[in-house]
Write a protein that binds this ligand. Structure first.
Ligand code: SF4
Length: 377
């Protein structure tokens, strides 16, 4: 059986077969307390974006888990998840291929956007957590290893955010994300982790720049799993505060010296470090205080576009975004939270194309006024 300090990896392109082989090797069935256990599978369906874009869990992996569990005599299986604020889980199910999967395997799906929640003492911080998640006997977490425009990395620990109500997700952002993510991990024990590292986007949680490695990883310790995942994206665990906070809360160990990696099968090509895009350049243009993921994620592609076109530097002002700007004054803002600013784009969150049009208009006016100034001189 897989040990607490182990990660087992496999590579290939037949994701369902790879999953079954990986679960056999890890000895998952020996870890589940009884054949009647209520087993929850938690994929990442953050938004209606197909897995090939690098944002969501491949449905073939979940199919492999269901087949393995059923073949091992387990029948009380549910899938549970919620998309981020701003998108309906039902739409993500359809677009990401899960509606078809549910029909084919006849497995119940529990939408955490519709579930009731209970207040729990999560290692000294009170958090609202969905009741169905708390009622499970065994939780299999199936995150995607990918970048995140606010926390840098998202994998096992942050994936649990899909098991809290939307109202609490907004609070998480207002609380700065890291601390509540760590405390959530203290309250909601992950019994087994299967990481989809097939093509996660190393920059953004909503994908668009998939980095293909065709790898799956099994782990038991979410802190070790995330510390290792962070290293694959080029970060030290100490650069991701929630990993260290979760370690301090006793959730697991971030010490990679203790990590044992086992590989089954052979990688066809050597894995290279993921190439991240120019997020540092665009982060310079943004003042972010407690912004929601969907809001920031809609802003990033627009800034990348402008940067590619060479017009980003013409934005004279920094852009303010986030709940921290509510009721505050400023020059340029993104989203309803900045409604007291001189100029802002409304929406909660505003759509990508709306932000695009808004910023282009600002740049156009800026260029016009500079032209006028030059004429005066
Ligand atoms: S405007 Fe943006 S940051 Fe503010 S609450 Fe809405 S989505 Fe979140």
């Amino acid at each position: 059986m897989i040990q607490q300090n182990e990660i087992i990896k496999t590579y290939g392109t037949n994701y369902k077969t790879m999953t079954r082989e990986l679960l056999e090797t890890a000895g998952l069935s020996e870890m589940i307390p009884s054949k009647d256990a209520r087993i929850g599978i938690k994929p990442n369906l953050v938004a209606p974006i197909p897995a090939s874009y690098g944002a969501t869990t491949h449905p073939e992996i979940v199919a492999g888990i269901i087949e393995y569990l059923r073949a091992s005599g387990f029948s009380q299986i549910v899938i549970l998840e919620s998309s981020w604020v701003g998108d309906k889980t039902s739409e993500s199910l359809e677009v990401c291929g899960y509606s078809e999967l549910l029909r084919e395997y006849d497995v119940p799906f529990l939408d955490m956007q519709k579930d009731r929640a209970r207040k729990i003492d999560a290692g000294g911080m009170e958090l609202m957590i969905c009741q169905e998640a708390l009622a499970l006997d065994f939780l299999i977490n199936v995150p995607v290893l990918k970048g995140h425009c606010q926390t840098k990395v998202t994998c096992a620990l942050k994936n649990m955010k899909g098991l809290i109500p939307n109202s609490e997700k907004r609070h998480f952002h207002a609380w700065g994300l890291h601390r509540p993510i760590a405390h959530l991990a203290a309250a909601l024990h992950q019994d087994f982790i299967l990481v989809d590292q097939i093509c996660g986007d190393p920059d953004c949680e909503d994908g668009g720049n998939p980095y293909v490695t065709n790898c799956l990883m099994a782990a038991r310790d979410p802190v070790l799993c995330d510390a290792y995942g962070a290293s694959l994206l080029g970060y030290g665990a100490d650069e991701i505060p929630y990993i260290i906070m979760a370690e301090e809360l006793g959730v697991g160990s971030a010490d990679l010296h203790k990590l044992c990696i086992r590989q089954i099968g052979h990688s066809q090509e050597e894995e290279k470090p993921a190439k991240r895009r120019r997020l540092v350049a665009i982060q310079d243009k943004v003042e972010e205080v407690d912004s929601c993921s969907a809001c920031y994620a809609n802003l990033v592609p627009v800034l990348l576009r402008l940067e590619e076109e060479g017009t980003l530097d013409q934005l004279g002002e920094k852009l303010a975004i986030g709940q921290g700007y509510r009721g505050k004054k400023g020059r340029l803002g993104i989203g309803n939270c900045t409604r007291c600013f001189e100029q802002y784009i409304p929406g909660c969150p505003p759509e990508i194309e709306e932000i695009d049009a808004f910023l282009r208009e600002i740049i156009r006016k800026q260029a016009g006024s500079e032209g006028t100034d030059r004429g005066v001189q």
